[in-house]
Design a binder for this molecule. Structure first.
Ligand code: PAF
Length: 286
């Protein structure tokens, strides 16, 4: 496993790897580190599909708002590298902030419309930060496929639009959300939760499950959205950021769930913001 700190080193290592086998494919798993089983599931999916796997570790300053958790975001580089070595990752790209965001940079990638919905609405500028850095990673690493988790459903929708609009020549692979045995979606931010908050946070998945069961009978997206919101609002210790039933690709409001739907929510548990979602399939039988 090679650890590369600069774009020049990364490009040289990529060329070296792929020149050994002209038909080989490279999979990329972009991360902000603090790796957990969710990230490892993406790496395993990448390994199944691609000959070589690169993982980027970069806590992206552009995607955090001024009062968000950038400075306290967990940084666990040595533990991350131990896990990546065990998983048989080929390249780890861990650039410094100046490498990815030069002081004089004035170029950004912004996905209009979709980028201002769900987390884009709650966290202005967030997706502009994500797309600028992920676009740059796609540009310098030039992977054949890139792997993301369904937990970040809005991010996935925004990145799909970016890949389509900017003609990135890669496949975007979305892998299922990995959950603890009690249903809590894995997230690097779960480590912020106290024991009490960890218990309270379970209400998020319970609310999504409740919408899924109701959706077997009820197809009106507004009714389902109201149900989701009220489940979250009555849960102790939770403050709702958003609770929506939307189109999974455009993130726009829908009237019926017959064509499939994304049921997504973001909540605050104490000082920690958690997101989770479920997909209601086409025909909408959960
Ligand atoms: O999902 C994340 O961890 C980040 O948003 C990503 C895709 C690595 C971009 O910084």
């Amino acid at each position: 496993m090679r650890i590369l700190l600069t774009i020049a080193e990364l490009r040289a290592a990529r060329a070296e790897l792929l020149q050994r086998d002209a038909t080989a494919t490279l999979g990329l798993v972009p991360t902000m580190g603090a790796l957990h089983e969710g990230h490892l599931s993406l790496i395993r999916a990448a390994k199944k599909r691609c000959r070589f796997v690169a993982v980027s570790i970069f806590v992206n300053p552009l995607q955090f708002g001024p009062s968000e958790d950038f400075s306290r975001y967990p940084r666990t580089f040595d533990e991350d590298c131990t896990l990546l070595l065990q998983e048989g990752v080929d390249l780890v790209f861990a650039p410094a902030a100046e490498e990815m965001v030069p002081a004089n940079a004035t170029t950004f990638i912004e996905v209009g419309g979709i980028g201002d919905r769900l987390d884009g609405r709650s966290r202005p500028g967030h997706f502009r930060g994500v797309t600028t850095i992920v676009g740059k990673l796609f540009h310098v690493i030039a992977p054949h496929a890139a792997f993301f988790g369904q937990k970040d459903a809005a991010q996935v929708a925004v990145l799909r639009a970016m890949v389509r609009d900017l003609n990135f020549d890669l496949e975007l692979v979305v892998c299922p959300t990995v959950r603890e045995s009690d249903g809590l979606a894995l997230s690097s931010r779960n480590r912020y939760l106290s024991a009490e908050e960890r218990t309270q946070a379970l209400a998020l998945f319970r609310a999504l499950r409740s919408v899924a069961s109701l959706s077997a009978e009820e197809k009106d997206a507004k009714v389902l959205q109201e149900h989701l919101r009220s489940c979250l609002e009555i849960a102790e210790g939770l403050r709702v950021d958003y609770a929506e039933v939307v189109h999974p690709r455009t993130l726009e409001a829908i009237t019926t769930t017959n064509g499939g739907a994304l049921v997504a929510a973001a909540v605050w548990v104490g000082k920690t913001r958690l997101i989770d979602n479920i997909l209601l399939p086409l025909g909408n039988t959960p």
